[in-house]
Design a protein around this ligand. Sequence first.
Ligand code: ADP
Length: 418
Amino acid sequence: MESFPGFPNSLPNRWLGNVAMQSSQGEIEHRFLILAPVGNDATVTSRLLNQAEIPASPCRTIQEMIFEIERGCAGLIVAEEGLGSVAVPLIGRAVQEQPSWSDLPIIIITTRGERMETDQKKLLLFGPGGNVSVLERPFRPLAIINAAQVAARARQRQYQVRDLMIEREGILSDLERNVQLRTTELRETNAQLEELVYSIAHDLRAPLRSMQGFSSLLIEQYGHLLPAEGKNFAERVIGSAEAMDAITLDLLAYGRMARSEVVLSPVSVESAWRAAVFQCEKAIEEKNADVKVIAPLPIVSAQAVILTQVLANLLSNALKFVPEGQLPKIVLRSEDLNDRVKLWIEDNGIGIPPQYQDRIFRVFERLDGARYQGTGIGLSIVRKGVERMGGTVGVQSERGQGSRFWIELQQAHSQKNH
Ligand code: ADP
């Protein structure tokens, strides 16, 4: 421990507002720390400040002063003699390590002849912008009291700024916590709803199958006893049960997409597309569609089954939503976006007016229900699947101008480079 010979160790508390006596943080932040190792500067200064009701704490060593700076103070009063080769860098570091709101006031007491040296130390310590004032001996009592009052006012404003910053941080972190809480709650509610939809869809299939089965049996075994109208009614029951079964199957597929674990690995878009084309083969043949790929196709970070289902749903829509009598023309191409990639599925179909382009990705949203069969779930599955693989979806289209659906995913090779 560096100590200063000649520094009075036992000064009366009533003058000095000794360190130990100041208990509350408010009191601590109002006191001046005084370092005056030789002579009676510490005593005189403390007494003067105390008389003006400015609390002051003399520090016996530079380490004690550094420790007390950490706890808080209105400013430092340091005698020139205290700024030795050990003290200067220590105070300098303590000042630099102060938080952003702090501009610690420092009053240096010097003797006229030493002024030059003090200025140099001052520059070394605190840089040209440091909050340092210099008092030359002999000074009048009022001079030190004034200097301390000015410094104390400036310091209290700094502490106010600190308090505001703490308050703002508190409000911000409260807000952040609330947003996080709400997001988690919403996610949970969403997951519960999806779970509910899944279990309802699952449970509906058994009664549906029995409706289908018994209506078929009714026609098969008792069809000859029924008038034509009765037979027609039974056929309608079968038709409706089949339509409902398609919906429940799609809801189950959507639920699986939402619930199942997704493990990403490099997947060749070309092979996923081949599997999708295979799934839609019947419609491609029936419609005599022209399905083309513009090479090269990338390797993406995906789950093969999900990517195949996403592409199959987009392809089946592209095959379905064409004007009567028109041959579907469908193109798959990719657009390189550095570490990500956009896959475009373009068709020559009926197109989608811009105002509906967001809606169609929601469950049960359909625009041409009367003309084209469907459940309104296909694109929801597309979106959910792509999002679960960390990607995004969208569409560019005008009514009657064909559609260009896109999905954006992470390229697999770029992941290796990171
Ligand atoms: P579905 O095909 O069962 O109706 P989707 O969720 O797949 O349900 O699509 C929702 C709606 O978006 C469709 O009903 C249709 O109106 C529109 N749509 C989807 N794909 C296309 C497309 N390629 N061209 C034109 N309209 C489309």
